[in-house]
Design a protein around this ligand. Structure first.
Ligand SMILES: COC(=O)N1C[C@@H]2C[C@@H]3O[C@]2(Cc2nccnc23)C1
Length: 130
């Protein structure tokens, strides 16, 4: 009912705010747009489900996420894909893995600090009711 839509609207605002803050952080520039398949032709052979911050924003606007957990699963793909595709010891790979780890820790810290447990529980109740 209408109260449920109010809750999901507030969730979208919270998720957009997190995603926009991450997109402004210079450490995460490599994660703001999809990896360019023309520049990296083998990317889709290695990475089954690409994800990036601009795609997260599109998914939010398309009402794809009803719980924080669903958003986290896609946000985690960003850094997991970077660790998987860039495993080597050369400085470029090490650099993007360092940023991937920083992204992982930053997302978790924001959610721990800013997500109200009761609000998340209401979102999960809505997900179970649909
Ligand atoms: C999240 O970003 C990444 O996982 N990558 C991996 C690619 C390999 C390397 O860096 C990326 C883009 C790129 N483009 C041209 C030549 N080499 C590269 C970004």
């Amino acid at each position: 009912e209408e109260q449920e839509e109010d809750v999901l609207r507030e969730l979208r605002l919270f998720l957009r705010n997190i995603t926009e803050r991450l997109s402004l952080d210079r450490r995460f520039k490599a994660f703001t747009k999809p990896v360019d398949i023309e520049e990296v032709p083998d990317y889709l052979m290695v990475i089954k489900k690409p994800m990036d911050l601009s795609t997260l924003l599109t998914n939010i606007d398309e009402h794809k996420y009803i719980t924080i957990g669903e958003f986290m699963a896609d946000a985690d793909l960003i850094w997991k894909n970077a660790l998987e595709y860039n495993p080597d010891s050369d400085p470029m790979d090490r650099n993007i893995r360092h940023r991937a780890c920083a992204l992982k820790d930053t997302v978790r810290a924001i959610i721990r600090d800013e997500l109200d447990e009761d609000f998340e529980r209401v979102c999960e109740e809505i997900r179970e009711s649909r």
